[in-house]
Design a protein around this ligand. Structure first.
Ligand code: ADP
Ligand code: MG
Length: 260
């Protein structure tokens, strides 16, 4: 006489609800599809469980990156994949790829990207900022003008409240467009306070159209302050000096060449 073992019926809705109760929301949403797939592929219970967790964790990671990118203020659409290295031969792909590993951020170093207008400074800063977010680092992106406005607004805050400000607490602070406008004396000294605070505590990435010797001019003509700031910024830093052509003027150059 054969003996049939009857297994208790599993209620899919109840399983889905249990997944929701333990906050595996995405796994709950995908449950039906994952079960059908597992049956079709005759997959082992262990493999099924692993797939279910993978679906949840991948979704969470995607959401984390999306939220962090949004909060960081990084401009969108400027990635390493969309950077044309052949247009800018002075920018070594291997050097950028090394920077994209974020080791310099782990070591609290500074990256200074300098060069004339349109050569891709903001593009590279943004792309490296995105890599930092993907690697799990906190990133904040400011144009210098916006950062100085925030520093002026917070100038009189007590140290404890000041320390909670994102431009001090974030792991990587990106300051774009340094040197377009000279700072006032007050701004230069607030900028010094910022750089001093972050020195060896967190990374700074600066883009600038000015060379090192123009920094006193940027900093309200104060040579002493400029030396003190550069001393901290350039200690253990990476400098990317882009000497190439403007990408913005590329199309214009082509038009002129065609007309000639
Ligand atoms: N090598 C490049 N490949 C692709 N796009 C580029 C490159 N260099 C610059 N761009 C694009 O040209 C425009 C100007 O570059 P940007 O990074 O703003 O220059 P900069 O900050 O040096 O003035 C942006 O839209 C940027 O995405
Ligand atoms: Mg720029």
């Amino acid at each position: 006489m054969s003996k049939t073992t009857t297994q208790p019926r599993v209620d899919l809705d109840a399983t889905r609800e249990r997944l929701q109760r333990v906050a595996l929301m995405h796994a709950a949403e995908q449950l039906d599809g994952l079960i059908s797939e597992a049956v079709k592929e005759d997959c082992s219970p262990h493999r099924f469980l692993d797939k279910l967790l993978d679906v949840e964790l991948s979704y969470r990671e995607e959401r984390r990156v999306r939220t962090c990118l949004h909060l960081s203020g990084l401009p969108s659409g400027q990635t390493l994949a969309s950077f044309d290295f052949s247009f800018q031969p002075g920018v070594e792909r291997s050097r950028i790829e090394t920077l994209a590993t974020c080791q310099w951020i782990r070591e609290n170093r500074t990256l200074l990207i300098q060069g004339p207008l349109g050569v891709g400074k903001t593009h590279l800063a943004t792309a490296l900022g995105m890599k930092a977010v993907e690697n799990g680092f906190g990133v904040m992106f400011y144009r210098l003008e916006e950062l100085l406005a925030a520093l002026r607004r917070d100038a009189d805050l007590a140290p404890a409240r000041l320390r909670s400000k994102k431009y001090l607490s974030t792991t990587l602070l990106i300051i774009d467009e340094v040197g377009f406008e000279p700072m006032t004396r007050q701004e230069a000294s607030l900028f010094f306070r910022l750089v001093s605070y972050r020195y060896q505590r967190g990374s700074i990435l600066i883009t600038t159209n000015k060379g090192i010797r123009d920094w006193p001019e940027i900093l309200a003509g104060d040579e002493v302050l400029a030396t003190a700031i550069l001393d901290r910024l350039l200690h253990n830093s990476h400098v990317l000096d882009i000497k190439g052509r403007s990408y913005r003027l590329r199309d214009l150059e082509r038009m002129v060449a065609q007309q000639a």
